[in-house]
Write a protein that binds this ligand. Sequence first.
Ligand code: FAD
Length: 324
Amino acid sequence: MDSYDLAVIGAGPTGLFAAYYAGFRGLSMAVIDSLPEPGGQVTAMYPEKMIYDVGGFPAVRGRDLVDGLVAQAEPWRPGYLLGRKAEKLENVGDGVELTLDGGEVLRAGAVLITAGIGEFTPRPLPAGDGWLGRGMVHFVPSLAAHAGQHVVVVGGGDSAFDWCLALHPVAASVTLVHRRARFRAAESIVRQVRELGVRLVTDAEVTSFVAAPGGELTAVDVEVKGGEKEQLRADAVVAALGFTADLGPIESWGLEIDHRAISVDSTMATARPRVYAAGDVAAYPGKVKLIATGFGEAATAVNNIAVALNPEAHLFPGHSSNAE
Ligand SMILES: Cc1cc2nc3c(=O)[nH]c(=O)nc-3n(C[C@H](O)[C@H](O)[C@H](O)COP(=O)(O)OP(=O)(O)OC[C@H]3O[C@@H](n4cnc5c(N)ncnc54)[C@H](O)[C@@H]3O)c2cc1C
């Protein structure tokens, strides 16, 4: 059984910063996330948007903030368990045991839950059943992977339009397909996408994916309201239909849950020994759910965890500017 000082559940901004901080405190750590990529809400919902309220960055693109957080934690070699869901938590001895989907069990001295608004499940595109990873993606980890491709983006919300903006400079063509005539996305971003000349096919649904003899995606069939059919060239489909978020198994861990968040004290400790929470998932009076808040809470949680694991350790970590 793998054993760590700290298991962090959630690789969003809070969990990634906690991983850095755990390393800074000399703790070994695993970082578990059900998404295949780190970055939580930022990666899943707005990687191309600029963020203006993170200290030290007058403006930072979501993707770049996540890359920076991963790079900041990297020297401490976090054990990333991505695409894995934390399902069960038990207090065993003076530590915890965490069971992941698939049955793998991790042992840790403490667990820090940074699960945000919960596990994201992409809303499915029925016609794309069986195509995930074979031409269809729900979000785009690397724009370069789509260089020179014909890309069809499905959806009418902000993220669908964000992907159009981001992919337009690198792809051979970008076409957006949306099943209604009206979009949920902000008018300003719809205008930008229209101005780029991206084709918007509305009142239309993707009905099937078309494979070449070798099995690779070449096109999608689209049916417009009224019965008109069209085939669109597609090397890739971005199914940006949004995500549902759910705390799922965490709600059954015997923690005090308040409005889909976990109640914590001023050390970020929950009602269960050796179990802490920080970031969007942590609740206390006056809580403000922001990236900046999550960073502060991660530092508070990890420094208190360091003392819980070793009562002789100082709560104050010393200044990182004094570290070699
Ligand atoms: C469109 C949009 C724009 C935003 N703009 C800003 C902004 O400008 N400034 C700002 O400060 N904030 C902004 N926010 C809010 C900000 O993104 C969140 O406050 C921040 O992401 C919270 O970080 P987190 O790490 O606590 O949680 P999250 O980012 O939600 O990450 C939690 C992670 O935990 C994982 N997880 C959950 N349950 C499990 C489980 N059981 N097992 C494994 N993994 C699990 C999830 O998959 C997820 O990756 C914005 C949010 C949205 C949606």
